[in-house]
Design a protein around this ligand. Sequence first.
Ligand SMILES: Cc1cc2nc3c(=O)[nH]c(=O)nc-3n(C[C@H](O)[C@H](O)[C@H](O)COP(=O)(O)OP(=O)(O)OC[C@H]3O[C@@H](n4cnc5c(N)ncnc54)[C@H](O)[C@@H]3O)c2cc1C
Length: 400
Amino acid sequence: MRSVSTGPRRGPALDVAVVGGGMVGAAAALALSRAGFSTALLEARPPSPWNATDELDLRVVGLAPSSIALLDELGVWTSIRDARACPYTHMHVWDAENGAAIDFDAAGEGRDLLGYIVENNLVQWTLWQSLEVAGVHRLCPATVKDFDTRPDRVVLDLADGESVSVRLLIAADGAGSPLRERAGIATHGRDYAQRALVAHVTTERAHAHTAWQRFLPSGPLALLPLADGRSSVVWSLPEAEARRVQALDDDAFLHELGIASDFRLGRITATTSRAAFPLKLQLAETYQAERFVLLGDAAHVVHPLAGQGVNLGLRDVAELRDTLVAARQEGRDFAAAHVLRRYARRRRSADTLDAYAFDSLARIYTWQAPPLVAMRGLGVRILDRLAPLKRRIASHAAGF
Ligand SMILES: Cc1cc2nc3c(=O)[nH]c(=O)nc-3n(C[C@H](O)[C@H](O)[C@H](O)COP(=O)(O)OP(=O)(O)OC[C@H]3O[C@@H](n4cnc5c(N)ncnc54)[C@H](O)[C@@H]3O)c2cc1C
């Protein structure tokens, strides 16, 4: 896979290097290569191959129509959908404290579906399979240790002593982004002091292609429909409680989960192993530096309650590709500061609005004082009847 190796004195070998081959970085490399940019993708850890006979990946995401449209444009969506993906047509969100509920229905929005639930490693693996055909230079395993920005290029130093020289460096290296730190870009946000516990469970009643979400004072609990009829649990809990629940034996876990889900899908009868992920809100102060941009979780980390993290990342990809293509068509340097600034400004303001909207929702649902709980219930009941506003929310979540 080590197909690019060039010394710094030879000038930029390639247009762009994407560092990080998660869902967002792999999609970025494919999109830019398809748009005619010579591209390298550097990833520290080889992705796990996806096999139809393997147990479903514990990590799943809800892909919004905007993400599906991008993956379709990149020529990978049909394979992902046909491999193992579950469409959902309804979303039912309700409040454990006051029973107020809001429903979203695809037909009511004039659409066939609200989105698809898919396994993270299926999306990543399918993208990886397409990279080579698209002419992307995949360097894996390859860890970027440092980089040096020159007037006309960026030189990346790899852990094994090799170097790669490009005109633009794209960091899609995840929430802890070493490259963001190296670029001196600070972040702000807050630690939710919560963990999202994930598992796949078998329920007595069918999931009915519905994403179910119950807001409890301790955090939201989602049951997302899976292609094999089971449901994927994403249960946000305070850290100590998450550790306790993760350590329960299966029977005790199923019992507590049944109660927490209000037995909406009947009894919960079987579970896989469980994993837990710390939750935080994190926004980079800027998405851009000289010949450098941030994408995906490297730029923004949001609460999973709205299931939008990777969807925002894929919107970054589409915006960056369109911005670079437009600059090149106008005969400008696609890595020039004013070009990158345009991408950074647009995406950062959109992501910031979304991140704080999700954050406000998370906060509002922790209110427990009776007058506030009653006010929240009234607000949700009114919203559920305001069709035009609901349509706007659904359309925004879809990425339109
Ligand atoms: C419980 C949970 C549920 C979620 N549900 C949803 C959902 O329903 N919908 C949704 O849209 N989002 C969801 N998300 C968010 C989503 O999972 C993330 O936004 C997404 O996975 C981020 O992808 P990424 O490619 O930006 O980063 P990552 O997946 O973190 O990829 C970063 C990659 O960079 C590599 N890397 C790091 N440093 C280096 C280096 N120096 N050199 C080379 N490679 C490097 C790493 O090995 C890694 O592969 C959820 C998140 C959680 C925790």
